[in-house]
Write a protein that binds this ligand. Structure first.
Ligand code: AMP
Length: 249
């Protein structure tokens, strides 16, 4: 059994991003970058499945510039066995990433493809869904538990109404939600070990795919500043304000 995990280099979750002065995008020139948090959870889960003896190999894949190799190194420090870097300096939208991942899936023939539920930079929440459609594979989104039972992936999904458990034939595409796993702390020795693990580089152009952007960003703006809050001294006062000032109850 093999798991392919897609990891994206994104702006660090703790960085407060600001729009560029011309509102054409977000200013990331000096921003700290890191692995997308949901992808870290996906890698951790894949490694835990291998440690439990259910899976033989975990392969990390990323699409991005040279610096994205740092993200692959973190995935291998968590425990991925090897990595694939699809190298490009272009901004690739979810549909483009899904097309690229499909070619990697065809080459690697994994039994499970794990992605984050969404990237915290574009908040698209699209790549996993598009990949499953392109590969014609079963899909489990927002996973909070994954198990391998009789050769099928048993996936517990977070839904608005609670949780839902689905049994997916392998190979399947699954996207990770927050509660799926708790990423381990990456130690210096594990980073040193990760440096010795193989990273295959594929130039995006050699794949012959159309990944031209379909979207045009019209404007990126700061949300309106929130008004200062009010401290109330009792529940009665809160109810009175909600009723007569905010008119929400
Ligand atoms: P998105 O659809 O952009 O919100 O991203 C959902 C998930 O797709 C991410 O959590 C990653 O697992 C994967 N993904 C998106 N972009 C990339 C990329 N450039 N390289 C590798 N994986 C990606």
């Amino acid at each position: 059994m093999k798991i392919l995990v897609a990891v994206k280099r994104a702006v660090d979750a703790k960085v407060k991003v600001r729009p560029l002065p011309d509102n054409s995008g977000v200013d990331l020139k000096l921003a700290k970058m890191a692995m997308n948090p949901f992808d870290e959870i996906a890698v951790e889960e894949a490694v835990e499945l291998r440690e439990a003896g259910k899976v033989d190999e975990v392969v990390a894949v990323t699409v991005g510039p040279l610096k994205s190799v740092d993200t692959l190194r973190v995935a291998m420090a968590i425990g991925a066995d090897r990595s694939i870097h699809v190298k490009t300096d272009a901004v690739v939208e979810p549909l483009g990433v899904a097309k690229i991942l499909k070619t990697i899936v065809e080459r690697e023939q994994p039994d499970l493809i794990l992605l984050g539920k969404q990237a915290i930079d574009d908040d698209a929440n699209q790549t996993g869904q598009m990949l499953s459609a392109l590969c014609d594979m079963p899909l489990g989104t927002f996973a909070s538990e994954i198990d391998l039972v009789d050769g099928r992936w048993l996936v517990t999904r977070e839904t608005d109404a609670g949780t839902q458990t689905v049994s997916l034939a392998a190979p399947a595409v699954v996207t990770a939600d927050l509660r799926l796993a708790e990423p381990r702390y990456v130690t210096l020795p594990s980073m040193a070990k990760a440096r010795k693990k193989p990273v295959e580089t594929i130039e995006l152009e050699t794949l012959g795919l159309d990944v031209a952007p379909r979207l045009r960003v019209l404007s990126v703006e700061q949300p309106p500043a929130r008004k200062a809050g009010v401290m109330v001294s009792s529940v009665d006062e809160l109810i009175e304000k909600l009723k007569n000032e905010a008119h929400v109850i």
